[in-house]
Ligand binder design. Structure first.
Ligand code: TUI
Length: 312
């Protein structure tokens, strides 16, 4: 018997995950995506466990469809949030910025579907050995915390490295990117940047305007010296950080301090000078605000039409 497709495995309509973006992906956005047939994901980011618990309860009121929680493993609250998702029996857990191996068996015992975000085949293989149901192979075109490899290079190598489903992420903003992901062997896609401009996404309007007005070359990666580079839209803040990347008169601690709280300032306050507007390289493709349903339906139609043209 053929193995289940990603939608069959998770009980969703379309193979589209909404990226779990810290300070951005809340219950309202996640429920809108799940109601539209994708998999909505609440981001824990660096928030405490009580916030995540409240958001899960809120999402359960807003949708009867499956949704997920993303746990950012560099968070000081990751251990507590790992227990919250068990208590609330969430359908899917994705993880980012680390290795979730120590949690996976406990999550699996609760029936949670586990999809770690990986930036290398090494972590993809380790995740499979630890019992993950699939991996999200994220290339450095993505926004936020990124690895070294591009999606084009990582996804096929990830597909060769593991037998579990691989979801492609990073650099996917429309149906063409989605079709390309399937060509590379992916079973689904994860999309973050395009959902920044969803009508149900509650970030500050300045953030949405930055994404909509961005050109292809308007993102920049900063923070390599700390071992966790972050892609964001070019602003005076991000250009200043970039200029200090190799400045030995500034210690790593001082450098880290320069970026502290900057994502919150962008998402909540829309602070144009001091905010860090994390976004992927596909920002240049994104032209307007749409509902989550419109985004998902457009992605699916566009992808299907590209794939049928290619098949001819
Ligand atoms: O995690 C993300 N994206 C994020 S997290 C975030 S919050 C943050 N803010 C400032 C600094 C750092 C984080 C904003 N955006 N995406 C998933 C992702 N995971 N991308 C890359 C990775 C990754 C990288 C290395 C996962 C594992 C890894 O190695 C782990 C290991 O131990 O081998």
């Amino acid at each position: 018997m053929a193995s289940k497709s990603l939608p069959e495995l998770l009980g969703i309509k379309y193979p589209i995950f909404q990226g779990g973006m810290a300070w951005i992906s809340d219950a309202v956005l996640a429920a809108a995506v799940s109601n539209a047939g994708g998999l909505g994901i609440i981001a824990a980011g660096s928030a405490p466990a009580s916030y995540v618990s409240d958001q899960i309860k809120k999402a359960k009121e807003l949708t009867d469809k499956p949704f997920g929680v993303n746990i950012m493993l560099m968070s000081p609250y990751a251990d507590d949030i790992a227990q919250v998702v068990i208590k609330e029996k969430v359908a899917v857990v994705t993880t980012g910025a680390g290795n979730p191996a120590k949690y996976i068996s406990q999550w699996k015992e609760t029936g949670i579907n586990v999809f770690p975000v990986v930036a290398s085949t090494g972590l993809a293989k380790m995740s499979e050995r630890s019992g993950a149901d699939g991996v999200i192979a994220e290339g450095c075109e993505a926004g936020g915390h990124i690895g070294e490899l591009t999606t084009m290079a990582l996804v096929p190598q990830g597909c060769d490295a593991v037998s579990i489903p691989v979801i492609a992420a990073g650099g996917i903003g429309d149906g063409r990117g989605m079709a390309a992901a399937f060509m590379l062997g992916a079973s689904g896609v994860q999309i973050g940047t395009r959902f920044l401009v969803a009508k149900e996404c509650s970030i500050h309007q300045n953030y949405k305007d930055k994404v909509i007005s961005a050109k292809d070359i308007d993102t920049i990666s900063t923070g390599k010296r700390l071992g966790h580079p972050v892609r964001s839209i070019k602003t005076p803040f991000s250009r200043d950080l970039f200029s200090k990347e190799y400045d030995s008169s500034i210690t790593n601690e001082e450098f880290e301090q320069l970026g502290a709280g900057a994502l919150q300032l962008a998402a909540v306050e829309g602070e144009l000078k001091t905010g860090c507007f994390m976004a992927g390289q596909v920002a240049g493709l994104i032209k307007k605000e749409q509902t989550a349903k419109e985004i998902i339906e457009e992605l699916m139609q566009h992808c299907e039409s590209v794939l049928s043209t290619v098949a001819q």
